[in-house]
Design a protein around this ligand. Structure first.
Ligand code: NAD
Length: 353
């Protein structure tokens, strides 16, 4: 085999253990931070206060105003608050929404981020930021928004409801699957992505069966960590493009949309990506990875219909035109007919063809 790749290691420290939240003070001291602004969603204010308590005077402010997709006005307020309080770091506690807000703060202020993820979305491992203004989400890459330390504590994920655990896990699986055929993949990213898919597919049924099974939670979060790291290191393709359009245009829920779309994109792409297909077949223990993921998610209760998630039937035209408007990497040329076909199946929630 003739190898040909570019591989770059990203900075960042990861602390992973059940109970790892108790190591936050030590990690923050290690970074030499003294005044942190803590960001989270309103629903996580209690958890944030609990995690912040041992940090005492090192907490400058608790800012529980994160919402989905980082609205620009909310980002601006958090940036202003970080400046007013003289914060020297940002502690993000929660899922992609909380980490997204911390990234908006870091992007404008350069403050280092300490992230404590509580979902499987994976944003904590990427230098990708997103901001939504006037109904449009803009994303970009900036090394300053990559968290300096990520503290993964599976015990913090046991409260994630089973349905959201499954779809959030499928969201992570989508990062792993698309990393396997990314144009800028490397042998290490391939190993990481395949291990991520294996770990997630194995863990999700156990998580759904018992959300308080900490071993299952640990395996799922481990898979999500790996998925986030390949998401940050490679360029995603058609699946992520479609989900970005669907989320932005129809305000569909993030993880649920990824779950409903992924099997259909894989059914389209894998015939043109034989190495990715083989890796996924091995990771998932099947000769039909797309179908396996569809039945895995549906069997665990996920809603596989975009219509049920809120996409209007006449929205297909908008998605088709946006998906064809700007070129992006994909292992198989993306045609109008292909998008119509796979969106049609995802709308009605039938198995991939
Ligand atoms: P989220 O952060 O909005 O969390 C979903 C819901 O679950 C929220 O209501 C939250 O309060 C709740 N929740 C989170 N953790 C919980 C827990 N342990 N127990 C109980 N409830 C909990 O959603 P998400 O799916 O984590 O992230 C989605 C967002 O992140 C999107 O805006 C997406 O675009 C972004 N994202 C960005 C990147 C990136 O690299 N920049 C990567 C992935 C996702």
């Amino acid at each position: 085999m003739s190898h040909r790749f570019v591989h770059e290691n990203r900075p960042g420290r990861v602390v992973f253990a059940a109970g790892a939240r108790s190591r936050l003070p030590e990690e923050i001291d290690r970074l030499g931070l003294h005044r942190l602004i803590v960001v989270c969603t309103p629903g996580h204010a209690g958890l944030a206060a609990e995690l912040a308590a041992p940090l005492g005077e090192r907490i400058a402010d608790l800012h529980p105003h994160a919402t989905m997709h980082v609205p620009a006005a909310i980002a601006a307020k958090a940036v202003a608050r970080a400046r007013e309080t003289g914060a020297d770091g940002c502690l993000a506690i929660g899922g992609g929404s909380a980490i997204g807000l911390a990234k908006a703060v870091a992007k404008d202020t350069g403050l280092p981020i300490v992230a404590v993820p509580t979902t499987y979305a994976g944003s904590e491992m990427t230098p990708i930021w997103g901001l939504t203004a006037d109904g449009r989400k803009t994303t970009g890459r900036d090394p300053r928004v990559l968290p300096s330390v990520v503290v993964y504590d599976p015990e913090l994920t046991t409260t994630l409801p089973p349905a959201l655990s499954v779809t959030s896990g499928m969201n992570a699986l989508a990062h792993a699957a698309e990393a396997l055929y990314a144009p800028d993949g490397s042998p290490i990213h391939t190993l990481v992505a395949a291990e991520s898919a294996r770990a997630l597919a194995d863990a999700l049924p156990r998580v759904a069966a018992d959300p308080h099974d900490t071993d299952a939670r640990s395996d799922a979060l481990y898979g999500a960590w790996l998925a986030g790291s390949v998401l940050g290191a490679t360029t995603m393709s058609l699946h992520h493009k479609l989900c970005h359009i669907l989320g932005g245009t129809f305000d569909l829920p993030h993880a649920e949309t990824h779950t409903a779309v992924l099997p259909h994109v894989l059914a389209f792409n894998l015939p043109a990506a034989p190495a990715a297909r083989t890796a996924l077949e091995t990771a998932l223990g099947t000769t039909e990875p797309a179908s396996r993921l569809f039945h895995l998610a549906r069997g665990l209760g996920a809603d596989m219909s975009l219509t049920a998630l809120g996409m209007p039937e006449d929205g297909v035209e908008t998605v088709v035109s946006q998906a064809l408007a700007a070129p992006y990497a994909n292992p198989r040329p993306v045609t109008e007919a292909a998008i119509r076909h796979l969106l049609g199946r995802a709308l009605s929630g039938v198995a991939p063809a």
